[in-house]
Design a binder for this molecule. Structure first.
Ligand SMILES: [Zn+2]
Length: 132
């Protein structure tokens, strides 16, 4: 993506995001399952990064994973995210980060549906839905 990277100071991020989103996007916290606004959301449209507005996921690839988090089979454009090894909590996971603002979004697992076989498990608080 040609968009320039966004960088802000910590106080600027906190002001922009509010404490709840700030903890997730900037510190990688995970919301409790079944508590976010989008895990059971079925609108048609696009999910943007709550940190910078980049379009990340389409409702077309959203599926009910039964995990209590919004789950997607694919990202709109692989260049809009970064995948990073995450060995926190003694787990071997792949973290998904917004390529533009470095915001933590969630994790990706390899037990998703066809055709990708991937499951992007994303915090509702890291997304902003835009109805079509
Ligand atoms: Zn972003």
């Amino acid at each position: 993506m040609a968009d320039k990277k966004i960088s802000k100071t910590e106080p600027e991020w906190l002001l922009l995001l509010g404490p709840h989103r700030y903890r997730m996007l900037r510190y990688g916290n995970t919301e409790r399952p079944y508590t976010g606004q989008y895990w059971n959301h079925h609108g048609t449209g696009v999910y943007r990064c709550a940190g910078c507005g980049t379009q990340l996921f389409s409702s077309q690839t959203k599926f009910d994973s039964g995990t209590g988090w919004p789950s997607f089979g694919a990202v709109l454009d692989e260049k809009r995210i970064e995948r990073r090894a995450d060995r926190k909590h003694g787990l071997d996971r792949v973290e998904v980060v917004c390529a533009r603002c470095d915001g933590h979004l969630g994790h990706v697992f390899d037990d998703g549906p066809a055709p990708t076989g991937e499951r992007f498990c994303i915090n509702s608080a890291c997304l902003e839905f835009e109805s079509e």
